[in-house]
Design a protein around this ligand. Sequence first.
Ligand SMILES: [Fe+2]
Ligand SMILES: [Fe+2]
Length: 255
Amino acid sequence: MVTTTEIAPEIYRLAVFVPEINLEFSHFLVRDDEPLLFHAGLRGMFPLLRDEMSRLIDPSKLRHIGFSHFESDECGALNHWLEIAPAAQPVCGLVGAMVSVNDFSIRPARVLTREDNLSTGRYRFRFLPTPHVPHGWDAGVLFEESEKTLFCSDLFHQWGHREPTTREDILERCHDALRETEAGPFANYVPYTHHTGRVLESLAEREPKTLAIMHGSSYYGNGAQALRDLATVMREVLGPKAQEGETTPAGLITA
Ligand SMILES: [Fe+2]
Ligand SMILES: [Fe+2]
């Protein structure tokens, strides 16, 4: 069952909850002159999503299929969409195209750099490379510049079946999710590197108003603050821990 919600004008969240793993998968459709889908989704979800999408647009008219990184929930069904939409093309960064997508995909990717603009009609998008944030060398996020919607993939991950959108602070649930994940079989879901804080700050500087989140509620509000808070949470949960006897810039750790 798909829950469809318009999270910004003509931007739709198509979400499927999988109770067995207590996780929701959201796919974002931009209904514009050149329709764009962000997250092609798992192959197993394709028939469900195609039928749901057909209530909004003719799926054969899709033109752009974007995703953050090469992983099944991001782009497993990419070729299924390309087969039914002859004018559609994957859109991703250079690393994604060269390392994975152009080998996997039945049609070559349109490569976007940070400087490129992808116009779908009323909307214009930028693919911002974010290596290893949330994970994957090829990772990036898509930012829509006029309504300031950030399609942020696995960032702000929340477990469970959540409300489609919220204006409430989501950092506590993101914090809980990260801690729970680290304690279970999916530990190391998100790496923490010396680039993590800088990458998140570069996204905060775009001042998004809507965070289109793959797993969990989409968020309306001060996206810059949310990204800075996420950087703090990630550093706290995932960052290096000072060891007793270790000398850090703060001095000798004694306890
Ligand atoms: Fe992922
Ligand atoms: Fe994901």
